[in-house]
Structures are given as structure tokens and as C-alpha cells.
Write a protein that binds this ligand. Structure first.
Ligand SMILES: NC(=O)c1ccc[n+]([C@@H]2O[C@H](COP(=O)([O-])OP(=O)(O)OC[C@H]3O[C@@H](n4cnc5c(N)ncnc54)[C@H](O)[C@@H]3O)[C@@H](O)[C@H]2O)c1
Length: 571
């Protein structure tokens, strides 16, 4: 079976020959790197260096390297100038989390070079232990770099020298599959892929002449990998060991392979291309939309024989151009980690699920964030209707909150409903909501996070949709986790539609991807210790997913993702 899988997973010689022919034809049609100028963030060590070298080797006019590592950056620039010629490389100290410093990198590029043609948003961290910083670099820094890229290279008149260009955003294979030992990193790379995919829509390209490509390296021999075990998420025992073991299971490649892949990507020139580079082999993948996920989910149900399912998953992975093994490791639509042929199933997990029992929601205590409106409000009503002992609404809008309490008190009694004002991205206020619920109702069984999209600036959106989710998940595990003296519980994160191409709201769709990746990682990695079941709904209305709240809470298996028009759970 393994032999067959290997043969199917590898690119056939015919495919290889075909892609190589295309590449050479495009190269001969003109070298897209020649005389071009590139800005590279995180360019002092690792993959950033490999990209800089590859560009200069292929005739680039110059590279502007930005990084917080001043010493390494300056040494590298000197070395590159020695090898490739005077004034080919320039280094500037630049922290991508500091907007002014970051913008200066772009301004100086135009001062020192005649043009700006390529922006590589490469700076990144794998440090779940310091996840707010990780989000600031991997998510906010990358969004900011992309926006600066459009602003400075776009031909839409924002900058007088703009004439179009290419942005390459650095994701990871961990943005395409589950990486349970580093859930926040997993989420940030899912975000990068979805965000870049949305920004590559022709709407933006037509207006600006800027293309957006995504690179997803596999395990690459750099500092990041060496240090990964030191920076695992706190509070989960030997997670650091699991991070390094997980990475060690994948064959490492030299950073130069990413440099080679970069040239191939630029030669291909296809806007929106998502390129995986693993074992020094570069190939393109496509993101499945939700309808495809649904079809795959249904097909998995039909293929109940284990061996048939394994073979089919490999065929499907090839047909859909998912990265190798991804479909087996991350069956998103199916809603749980179920198609890993080598690992024995763990039926005991079912026994420990904190099912709501015969009485369902009756007598349970719930905390609902964003519960004053929309689907959050509907959850509150449903919880009260089905007999919850107490429901705490946590929301930013104080007057709406009080009105809801008055409204529900009339029908369900004063003691069963309460309100507390929060800011979802503020740890102290959010923690206070958890403590107040526990003090007020002497228990906490269900937490529902209703993530909402608001027309605010993008930093607030990221804060609310990503930071808020990570914070409340952390607090759920802290207050309900069996490892922290709790009895377990259910965490339901509600995000809205999971779409393939949401060009009009790229941040929104990328945030949803973060939540899906993050939730599934947390669900798999921590359930044994916490007994907290993590569920995700990807739709802003119960009607469209065809299930009610009680069904989802009682029957949803840990890690399951609910999509429109289908119940992804197989319970
Ligand atoms: N190494 C891998 O296996 C691997 C795999 C997939 C994706 N990636 C991604 O590739 C990118 C580069 O990783 P790497 O392996 O070369 O790691 P690395 O640690 O060798 O290099 C990362 C660089 O980013 C810089 N950086 C960090 N924070 C910064 C900030 N605030 N401002 C500016 N620069 C900052 C660091 O100083 C460093 O020079 C990252 O985005 C990473 O997530 C790496």
C-alpha cells in the first residue's frame, strides 16, 4: 500500500517533463527577474537569504533586505555585494510590526534603486509561546507588507513610480494541513494563504497591475526549525517535544530549494499561484472551495472500506492538486482527523466527550460572546428555550446588552440571563467575563464565540477575529480544562462563510481560515488533557447549515467544522 501511495504521490516523469518544458519556454520568452528590484522582509537569515541569492544569480538589479537582525543583515549585504557586484544589496533595520519603520523600507528602496518590482513578505516566527508577537509578525506584518506592496508598486496612482509588480507571501505547508502541536502558527499560515488568494483576484490586478503569489515551504533547514521546540504554547506539557518531533518526521530541504522555487514561481507568472516546495520539489496547488469539500466529504462517507478509502484519498489529492498527504491528514470537510491510514483509530475519545447527556442543554451554563445580535442572539435564545440554567451575554455594546437582558428576563426569569461588557481582544476584560460567569452561576459548560465582521480598520478586524478567538480559547481551556481542575466543556466558534474567492473582503475570509485551522489543531492536540470539545460553524445562520444549536452541541464530534447545506459531523 505504501509503495502504491508513494508512486501515486510522486509527480510522474511525464508531469515533470511537462512542467519543465513550460518553465523553460517561459524563461526563454524573457527572464522575469532580470533588472528587477526586490524588497525582502526577514531577509537577514534563512529562506530570505536564499531568495535574495536566487534573485541576484538570475540577474536582478538589486535587493533591499529588511530585518530586525542588524548584524547578520549588514554582513549579508556586504557578502552579496562582493559576490554579485557593487550596490546590488542593501540592508535596512526594519521591524515589520512597526508601521513607520516598515514604510521606510519601501521609501528607501525607491531612493536607492530605480524601481520596485517584487516584494517578498518573508518575515515570520514559529513561536506559539509568544503568540501575540507571532500574530503581529505573521499576520499583521504580512498584511501591512502586502498593502505597502500594492501602494508602492501599484499603477493605480498611489505612488508616482508604481507600474505593477509581484508580491510573494510566505506561508507554509502548515497552512494547508493540520499542525496540532503549533496551533497558532498553523492558523497564521492558513490566514496567509487565504488572504493572498483573495488579494490575487483580478479585481485588484486590473486596477494595480500587482500579482500576489504564495509560497508554502515544507520543513526547511533554518534557525526557525532548530528553535521550534523552545517556543511551544505554554500549559500543555511536552508540546515543545511534539513540535520538534512533528517537524523531524518531515524530510528537511535546504533553504536554497525555496530560492529556486521562487524563480520558478516568478517565471510561471500566474496570479494567485500557491506553490508548495518540499523535498526540494516545487509544485502548484489549488484551494478547494466549500462545494468541493462537500463533495469530498460525501465521497468519504460512501467509501467506508478502509483500504479503498486510502487509495481514493490519494487519487482525490492528485485530482484536486492538494499537497501530498494533505487530504489524508486534514479532512476539513469531514470535520475530524479520520483518514490517517497509519494511525490506529482512538475510539476511547468518544467515551470522554462531555456530551450534554439526555437532558441536553438543560441546567447547563453558557457564555456567549457577541450575543446581542444575529446568530449570537439566536444562540442565547435557543440556550434559554432549551433550559440552560444561566446564560451570560458578553458583548461590546452595553445598551443593547441591557435591553436583551430585560427582554429575556420577561420570558425566562431574571436569574437565567446576565450581561457583561467586553472587548474580545482585551485579555483582562475577557477573563473577567469568564470569572463573572463562574461566580454568578457557579459553573461553565458551554462557551460560544460569535465572531463578527465589522467595517472597521483592518487592524481591529484582525484583533477581534483572530486575537479574540485565541484569547477566548485559551481562557476556555484555563477555566473549563480538566488539566486545570475543570470538568471539561464545549467551545463553539462561529465564523461566517468559508469561500474560495472573497475578493471584496480578503481579511474577513483569511480570518475565517485562521479560525478553522486553529480550532482543528486545538481540538486534536489538547482534548485528552482538557476534555474541552472544540467545534466550528462556518456560516452566519443555522438555517443554511441545516442543523440547530442543540444538534451541533450534542452531536458534533470534537474538531468538526460545519459548512452550509451540510452537516459535516458524522455523529
Ligand atoms: N524553515 C521552515 O521550515 C519554514 C517552513 C515553512 C515556512 N517558513 C516560513 O518562511 C519564512 C522564513 O522562515 P525561516 O525558516 O527563514 O526562519 P528564520 O528564523 O531563519 O528567518 C526569519 C527571519 O525573520 C526575521 N524576523 C522575525 N521577526 C521580524 C520582524 N518583526 N521584523 C522583521 N523581521 C523579522 C528574523 O529576524 C529572521 O531573520 C517564515 O515566514 C516562515 O514561517 C519556514
Amino acid at each position: 500500500m505504501a509503495f502504491l501511495r508513494n508512486i501515486l504521490a510522486k509527480q510522474s516523469p511525464i508531469t515533470n517533463a511537462f512542467t519543465n518544458t513550460i518553465w523553460h519556454r517561459q524563461m526563454s520568452g524573457g527572464n522575469p527577474v532580470e533588472c528587477k528590484v526586490a524588497v525582502i522582509t526577514g531577509g537577514a537569515i534563512g529562506i530570505g537569504v536564499a531568495c535574495a541569492k536566487s534573485l541576484l544569480e538570475n540577474g536582478a538589479r538589486g535587493v533591499m533586505l529588511g530585518d530586525i537582525r542588524e548584524k547578520e543583515g549588514k554582513e549579508l549585504a556586504a557578502e552579496l555585494n562582493k559576490t554579485y557586484g557593487k550596490d546590488k544589496a542593501l540592508f535596512m533595520k526594519c521591524d515589520v510590526t512597526k508601521k513607520d519603520e516598515f514604510e521606510n523600507l519601501f521609501k528607501c528602496t525607491y531612493q536607492r534603486f530605480p524601481s520596485m518590482d517584487i516584494v517578498i513578505n518573508n518575515a515570520g516566527l514559529l513561536q506559539d509561546k509568544y503568540w501575540p508577537l507571532e500574530l503581529a509578525v505573521n499576520v499583521n506584518g504580512l498584511v501591512q507588507g502586502t498593502l505597502f506592496g500594492f501602494h508602492y508598486m501599484g499603477k493605480h496612482g498611489k505612488h508616482e513610480k508604481g507600474r505593477g509588480g509581484v508580491i510573494v507571501n510566505m506561508a507554509s505547508i502548515y497552512g494547508l494541513q493540520q499542525a496540532y502541536a503549533c496551533p497558532v502558527y498553523n492558523g497564521t499560515k492558513g490566514f496567509v494563504i487565504r488572504f493572498s488568494n483573495a488579494m490575487s483576484h483580478e479585481y485588484y490586478e486590473k486596477m494595480t497591475g500587482v500579482k500576489v503569489l504564495t509560497m508554502c515551504p515544507g520543513v526547511t533547514d533554518t534557525n526557525m526549525i532548530d528553535e521550534s521546540s523552545t517556543y511551544a504554547l505554554d500549559g500543555f506539557g511536552d508540546l515543545g517535544k511534539l513540535v520538534s518531533e512533528g517537524l523531524a518526521n518531515l524530510p528537511p530541504q535546504p533553504a536554497s530549494a525555496c530560492g529556486d522555487c521562487l524563480i520558478k514561481m516568478l517565471c510561471s507568472g500566474e496570479n494567485g499561484g500557491i506553490w508548495v516546495i518540499e523535498e526540494s520539489e516545487c509544485y502548484k496547488v489549488r484551494l478547494p472551495d466549500r462545494q468541493t469539500l462537500r463533495t469530498v466529504s460525501i465521497m468519504f462517507r460512501l467509501l467506508f472500506l478502509k483500504n479503498i478509502r486510502n487509495i481514493a484519498s490519494i487519487f482525490l489529492a492528485k485530482r484536486l492538486q492538494w499537497p501530498r498527504n494533505t487530504l489524508q491528514k486534514s479532512s476539513l470537510a469531514r470535520g475530524r482527523n479520520e483518514a490517517q491510514p497509519e494511525q490506529p483509530p482512538k475510539p476511547h475519545k468518544e467515551i470522554f466527550f462531555p456530551q450534554l447527556g439526555r437532558d441536553g442543554i438543560k441546567d447547563k451554563v453558557a457564555l456567549v460572546t457577541g450575543g446581542t445580535d444575529g446568530i449570537g442572539l439566536r444562540c442565547v435564545r435557543e440556550l434559554l428555550r432549551t433550559g440552560a440554567r444561566g446564560v451570560m451575554i458578553a458583548d461590546t455594546n452595553e445598551s443593547k446588552g441591557f435591553n436583551r437582558v430585560i427582554e429575556f428576563s420577561k420570558d425566562y426569569g431574571q436569574s437565567r440571563i446576565a450581561f457583561i461588557q467586553i472587548n474580545p481582544a482585551n485579555y483582562v476584560l475577557l477573563k473577567n467575563a469568564f470569572i463573572s460567569t463562574l461566580n454568578f452561576y457557579e459553573g461553565l459548560d458551554i462557551v460560544i464565540n460569535n465572531v463578527r465582521f465589522k467595517e472597521k480598520n483592518w487592524e481591529d478586524q484582525v484583533d477581534e477575529n483572530i486575537k479574540g478567538i485565541v484569547l477566548s480559547t485559551q481562557l476556555c481551556l484555563e477555566f473549563m480544562g480538566r488539566n486545570n481542575g475543570g470538568k471539561g466543556g464545549i467551545l463553539l466558534n462561529i465564523v461566517s462563510e468559508y469561500e474560495e474567492n472573497t475578493d471584496s473582503c480578503p481579511l474577513h475570509s483569511a480570518c475565517q481560515d485562521f479560525v478553522v485551522r486553529f480550532d482543528r489543531s486545538v481540538a486534536t492536540s489538547h482534548f485528552d488533557t482538557t476534555n474541552v470539545k472544540v467545534l466550528t460553524i462556518c456560516r452566519a445562520s443555522f438555517d443554511t447549515i441545516g442543523c440547530d444549536l442543540t444538534t451541533i452541541l450534542t452531536k458534533g464530534t470534537n474538531g468538526c467544522v460545519w459548512m452550509p447545506c451540510t452537516c459535516a459531523s458524522d455523529s
